[in-house]
Write a protein of this length. Structure first.
Length: 92
């Protein structure tokens, strides 16, 4: 599992890995309710995205997936999460 994912880019915005699934379920009816139903066990974000992609027949390796979150490994110190508004890049 990739350990260097700092954020996800989705529809032109950046999101915390912990925020991207919630954003997808709220923002886009296609994914409405996914992963938020009671009793759904927590899965790592990459696993959840793999599951969502599989469920909707989306090839995460394909080039035409701008409607699906893409992992980001480099963020700027001032980048903020569109979902929660907190800084993404603060470290050290
Ligand atoms: Zn966030």
């Amino acid at each position: 599992m990739p350990s260097e994912i700092k954020a996800y880019t989705f529809l032109g915005h950046l999101y915390h890995p912990d925020c991207i699934i919630a954003e997808m379920t709220r923002e886009d009816g296609e994914y409405d309710g996914w992963g938020l139903a009671p009793g759904v066990p927590y899965e790592p974000v990459e696993k959840q995205l793999d599951d969502i992609a599989y469920h909707f027949g989306i090839d995460r390796e394909a080039h035409d997936i701008e409607l699906f979150p893409l992992p980001v490994t480099v963020v700027m110190p001032w980048d903020t999460c569109e979902h929660c508004g907190e800084l993404i890049g603060e470290e050290d």
